[in-house]
Design a protein around this ligand. Structure first.
Ligand SMILES: [Zn+2]
Length: 92
């Protein structure tokens, strides 16, 4: 089983109507699944979601760490790959 580090959500990034799971007990992951990976807090490495499938950990899944109160999200974007800037002097 691998441990995947989540990332901190930016200020204002959480939609007002968005749901954030609060880890009330720092010793117990908020989610328990049967997938291959643990998801851990970006700041303190606390396990927030245990045995999850990557497809379960979308941007809608946010977890507030019970140890350091950091709001974590698993992925950078929801379904969309950001466009890369054109290479200088390269192919358009
Ligand atoms: Zn934490």
């Amino acid at each position: 089983m691998a441990s995947i580090k989540m990332r901190a959500i930016r200020e204002g990034e959480v939609p007002p109507d968005g749901g954030t799971a609060l880890q009330e007990d720092a010793d117990r992951p908020v989610f328990n699944g049967n997938g291959p990976d643990d998801y851990i807090c970006v700041k303190c490495d606390n396990v927030l979601a245990h045995a999850m499938h990557p497809i379960q950990m979308t941007k809608k899944v946010r977890v507030k760490c019970g140890v350091c109160s950091t709001i974590n999200v698993a992925v950078e974007v929801d379904g969309e790959v950001p466009r890369r800037p054109a290479w200088p002097g390269g192919r358009g």
